[in-house]
Design a protein around this ligand. Structure first.
Ligand SMILES: [Cu+2]
Length: 300
């Protein structure tokens, strides 16, 4: 009787919770889920996540279903008497030990396969050193002599100040925009060497399926290869609580076509070479004079 009387309100509560959750997600349930991303690897990670998720759902339905069914049908008020033969029943104990072991091994196989692939940093075509610092990122294109800092963009930085009077909602990509995005080519296996300058940070771009700790004194490797047709801006954040301004060191990656990237890289290298050259050295054909800032990649 009691169970019947609370069943309806519980169902109503659950339904309203579901409704409010789906309202928060502007375009449905997929926003609540892990994103599929724009790399082969991120999709493999997504598929693995969904596979394990559904295994968990099936287990939950079976276990809770059996439990709730037993609770309802074999309650004392219905005159149920405990079945003592189930206590220390060898056959039952073997089954409920072996079954989870089999399930775990079955899940470990695809998980290990994906992990091995994530760690495979061979055959990369471009290497970028990523250094996290309090509070921003430094990107160094190791073979091209290009290096720059990437920080929170000025608009977000102004709006975030106490009593700034600026409505954060009026700032586009508030706290998710930077001054100099990391520029990379699509269709290229890019290797990241991730380290930290002061404390532990973590370089995280969900669309690439990459989240790597940036630890002082260690160099961690990660890689991504963006689909050839997926040029555009991808955003991420520091994913390791690193101090006061942890929430203010976003990541923006500008994925360009290979040709666009080469042009950008050449301009940037020339620009930085010129900036680093002695003041009286005139610009030569090899180092054409470029306006500072024009090639800094703030294309958005
Ligand atoms: Cu951080």
């Amino acid at each position: 009787m009691m169970i019947r009387s609370i069943r309806a309100p519980l169902a109503a509560l659950f339904a309203s919770a579901l409704a409010s959750v789906s309202q928060a997600a502007e375009s449905g349930w997929s926003l609540l889920n892990m994103r599929q991303g724009v790399t082969d690897m991120s999709r493999k990670i997504y598929d693995l996540h969904m596979l394990i998720f559904w295994v968990c759902v099936v287990i939950a339905v079976v276990v809770f279903g059996a439990m709730i069914w037993s609770l309802v049908n074999y309650r004392k008020s219905q005159g149920a008497v405990a079945d003592t033969t189930m206590v220390h029943n060898t056959r039952v104990e073997i089954v409920w030990t072996a079954l989870p072991v089999v399930i775990l091994i079955a899940m470990a196989v695809p998980a290990a396969r994906t992990l091995v692939e994530i760690e495979d940093t061979t055959k990369t075509e471009l290497t970028i050193k990523v250094t996290g610092f309090q509070w921003g990122w430094n990107y160094e294109y190791l073979d091209q002599g290009v290096s720059f800092f990437s920080r929170l963009d000025r608009a977000s930085d102004k709006a975030r100040e106490l009593g700034s009077g600026i409505d954060p909602n009026s700032v586009e990509h508030y706290l998710l925009n930077v001054d100099n995005p990391l520029v990379v080519p699509v269709g290229t296996k890019v290797r990241l060497l991730v380290t930290g300058a002061d404390v532990i940070h973590s370089w995280w771009v969900p669309d690439f399926g990459v989240k790597k700790d940036a630890i002082p004194g260690f160099v961690n490797e990660a890689w991504f290869n963006i689909d050839a047709d997926k040029t555009g801006l991808y955003r991420g954040q520091c994913a390791e609580l690193c101090g006061r301004d942890h929430g203010f060191m976003p990541i923006v990656v500008d994925a360009r076509s290979k040709e666009d990237f080469q042009t950008w890289l050449k301009d940037k290298a020339a620009q930085q070479k010129q900036a680093g050259a002695p003041a009286d050295a005139p610009p030569t054909a090899a180092t054409p004079a470029t306006e500072p800032g024009t090639a800094s990649g703030s294309r958005s």
